[in-house]
Design a protein around this ligand. Structure first.
Ligand code: ADP
Ligand code: MG
Ligand code: MG
Ligand code: MG
Ligand code: MG
Length: 442
């Protein structure tokens, strides 16, 4: 590993760090943190830092609430922004029970299990996410709005792009924290941006997404803007996705690449795609977790709605970009940045591994633009739709024992319960749309 306990204690002392944030997430991927002063750091590094799990959504009941945070030393970083009270560092933690076993409700543990299953088969799992987000104005009280003065579009440059200096700030901050930024650009919708960082092994990729969101939110704040990863904040505009690029490596080589096959894609890549296709509907409630997520997955906005894969266009759910060799990868285009990345990578990896273990064959790739096809033609080709809304997705999830298997009973039960409740709240509310449409007419 990158650091020892002693290294961290020394770095903290040498840099005059005053606080350390111990971070973890709840099952919905919300970042939680316990701040400690440096006097408590040795205790924390000895895995002796306790917190009350009953106050965290999706964790545990009062009777069994004591949880321990075990810092992952490799995640140590000094936050590069300045505060009046000295420097702050952070450590991402695994959550353990008092008996010293991992807590089943910790999303990082669920991903670790999937990674171990892959390792048992000789694979490591690499993920490169493309996170999109919006930068909006805040109102006079500093509250978020969906208002923007931005008028730029895809790949546009300043001065029309008011978010540009904020975006530049985000990139520099992330580089200070050790990220390799591959690209950053204005996205299709007004006020929408994308920043791509280099792929890494799945656990650190998921950690990076949490760090990324934290940095984006904080940079937006210091520019008087607000950042949102809500999947579809503005009707009639493109929503924000989190395209997920994946590959398996074996013995240091990309196992999706086969120079001897016509397409350059290996048998393993095909089997991995087959596994994802098989479970993609039941995975939707994880990759697209909100009521709002399904308002992004509609035709006309470059977001996928049909289950198909392709090597030659950008409209399909699963795309294999042209790159071969070490960059050979499978891109799943449905996930959105409101997801819990630990759970998403765990279910995707396990689905792909199942495809490999069972030697599955994917449906034939589709080269035509699926959005131009009539429904009857899609039916003929056996192209199914993704779930239409959150409740449809939850029902697909319940119909597939695979998800419960991967998440474990604890997270599965809490997740389904919470999502059903979210749906019920949504459907019983009277929306602005209803008022506009019905109030005067009836
Ligand atoms: P797009 O062409 O879909 O816009 P981007 O260039 O924005 O794609 O992002 C591609 C992502 O894929 C980056 O995060 C990159 O690091 C990642 N990537 C490249 N090679 C691999 C690989 N072998 N496995 C997983 N991810 C990869
Ligand atoms: Mg991109
Ligand atoms: Mg690109
Ligand atoms: Mg994009
Ligand atoms: Mg993409």
């Amino acid at each position: 590993s990158k650091y020892t306990k002693e290294d961290i204690i020394r770095i903290i002392r040498e840099n005059d760090v005053k606080f350390v944030r111990l971070q973890f997430t709840d099952i919905f991927g919300t970042l939680k943190n316990v701040a400690i002063t440096t006097s408590q750091v040795e205790k924390a590094l000895d895995n002796k830092c306790m917190f009350d799990g009953s106050s965290i959504e999706g964790f545990v009941r009062i009777e069994e609430s004591d949880m321990y945070l075990w810092p992952d030393l490799d995640t140590f970083v000094i936050l590069p922004w300045h505060t009046r009270h000295g420097k702050i560092a952070r450590l991402i933690c695994d959550v353990y029970k008092p008996d010293g076993t991992p807590f089943e409700g910790d999303p990082r543990y669920i991903l670790r299990k999937a990674i171990q299953d892959a390792a048992d088969m000789g694979y490591s799992f690499n993920v490169g996410p493309e996170c999109e987000f919006f930068l909006f104005n805040t109102d006079e009280y500093g509250h978020p709005t969906t208002i923007t003065h931005d008028t730029a579009g895809y790949f546009d440059m300043g001065p029309s792009d008011l978010g540009e200096s904020c975006r530049r700030d985000i990139c520099l901050t992330l580089e200070d924290m050790g990220f390799e930024i591959e690209a950053s650009h204005h996205e299709v919708a007004i006020a929408q941006h994308e920043i791509d960082f280099k792929y890494s092994e799945a656990l650190s990729a998921a950690d990076n997404i949490l760090t990324f969101k934290m940095v984006v939110k904080s940079a937006a704040d210091s520019h008087g803007l607000c950042a949102t990863f809500m999947p579809k904040p503005v009707y009639g505009q493109c929503g924000s996705g989190m395209h997920t690029n994946m590959s398996l490596f074996k013995d240091g080589k990309n196992a999706f690449y086969d120079p001897d096959s016509e397409s350059g894609l290996s048998e393993i890549a095909h089997q991995f795609i087959a596994g994802i296709c098989k479970h993609v509907k039941s995975i939707s409630a994880i990759t697209n977790p909100l009521v709002n997520s399904y308002k992004r997955l509609v035709p006309g906005y470059e977001a996928p709605c049909y289950i198909a894969w392709t090597t030659c266009n950008r409209s399909a759910l699963i795309r294999v970009p042209d790159t071969r060799g070490v960059g050979t990868r499978v891109e799943l285009r449905s996930p959105d940045p409101a997801c819990n990345p630990y759970l998403v990578f765990a279910v995707l990896l396990q689905a792909g591994l199942e495809g490999i273990r069972e030697g599955m064959t994917p449906p034939p790739p589709v080269s035509a633009n699926i959005y131009d096809m009539k429904e009857a033609d899609r039916k003929k080709l056996g192209i199914e739709n993704l779930p239409a809304d959150l409740i449809d997705a939850v029902e697909c999830m319940e119909a597939d024992p695979f998800i419960r298997e991967v998440l474990g009973d604890h997270v599965y039960t809490k997740y389904v319960e919470a999502k059903r409740q979210e749906w019920k709240e949504y459907t019983t509310r009277v929306s602005q749309w209803e008022i506009e449409r019905y109030l005067n007419k009836f």
